[in-house]
Design a protein around this ligand. Structure first.
Ligand code: 3PG
Length: 306
């Protein structure tokens, strides 16, 4: 019988698990669940006989993939698939997918939660500032970037957009200003939100040169991946610019230095929680299960990423 394993260190909300189970059982497959596992070896053991795998930020390494003798499809219930060894999956003929857009509203709302928290002095009661009228730069215009843009317009912010995949798209559209380079974006905006994936082109690409272009005060918002930041440069910017603040889901490796030296200029979530809402879990989890069913039943590879 076809078996679908949901392996999540950070569990989905129970309603999402129920929804996944329902899609899987109605399709006539077996459902297996491994949550909150303490060690990667438990994950490796659990994948041995399964045909399909649903994960979140769980690390589908070469070792995991090679241990999964029957595996045909891995679906990352979420956007970023930098946690899947795509080369290993492709070598074994395993289809890898994500579920784009399903959790983007949750991520976008968290970005604003962090911005308002900082702007209002961490709810200390001291006079803060407002988002209205400020320039917000959106670095990449995928599902999260688009959602952030629309919420920002609700706040009355002026939205600037840089699309690394379409740098030729410049000019004004729908009240937003599209610019042709990252340099232009950072030069124009007090707030910049990073909405790029972590890959060979983007890892450590947010550097001193870009961050020092931002006008005073500069607030960098990272609801994406910590790996896209050059952390040596980040610390240099913190040191050189007293006006610079960093809001991120999740903490950088240099967290201890920032916490010790730059109080009041940062906020880090305790663990990655951008997509950690009931709605996002339900949307992404059920989409993952449905994509697996449609792949087995119809050969549908719409969201394949390898
Ligand atoms: C994503 O890439 O979809 C987000 O980072 C969410 O990750 P999570 O499912 O581990 O919360």
């Amino acid at each position: 019988m076809t078996t679908v394993l949901v392996a999540t260190v950070k569990p989905f909300t129970p309603m999402a698990v129920e929804g996944i189970k329902k899609v899987v059982s109605e399709a006539g497959y077996d459902f297996k669940l491994l949550e909150k596992y303490a060690d990667q070896s438990e994950f490796i053991n659990a994948v041995k006989d399964v045909d399909a795998l649903i994960i979140r930020s769980d690390k589908a390494t070469r070792e995991v993939i090679e241990a999964a003798n029957n595996l045909k499809i891995i679906v990352r219930a979420g956007a970023g698939y930098d946690n899947i060894d795509l080369e290993a999956a492709t070598e074994r003929g395993i289809v890898a997918m994500n579920t784009p857009g399903q959790n983007s509203n949750a991520v976008a709302e968290l970005a604003f939660g962090m911005m308002v928290y900082l702007a209002r002095g961490f709810y200390s009661g001291k006079a803060g500032t407002e988002l209205k009228g400020k320039n917000l730069g959106i670095h990449a215009f995928g599902n999260v970037g688009k959602r952030i843009a629309s919420i920002a317009q609700g706040f009355g912010m002026q939205v600037y957009v840089y699309r690394p995949t379409h740098p030729e798209e410049v000019g004004e559209k729908d009240g937003m200003i599209f610019v042709g380079s990252a340099e232009e974006l950072y030069s124009a905006c007090n707030y910049v939100s990073l909405n790029i994936p972590a890959n060979e082109q983007t890892i450590k690409s947010i550097n001193y040169e870009l961050l020092t272009k931002m006008p005073v005060p500069a607030i960098l918002v990272n609801p994406a991946r910590k790996e896209i930041i050059d952390e040596d440069d980040l610390l240099r910017v913190f040191e050189d610019r007293e006006d610079f603040a960093y809001l991120t889901d999740v903490a950088p490796d240099c967290k201890d230095v920032i916490e010790e030296k730059y109080p009041g200029r940062y906020f880090f979530t305790p663990k990655k929680m951008g997509a950690q809402t009931a709605e996002a879990n339900i949307n992404a989890g059920i989409a993952a299960a449905t994509q697996i069913r449609d792949y087995f039943e119809k050969g549908d590879t719409t969201f394949q990423v390898n």
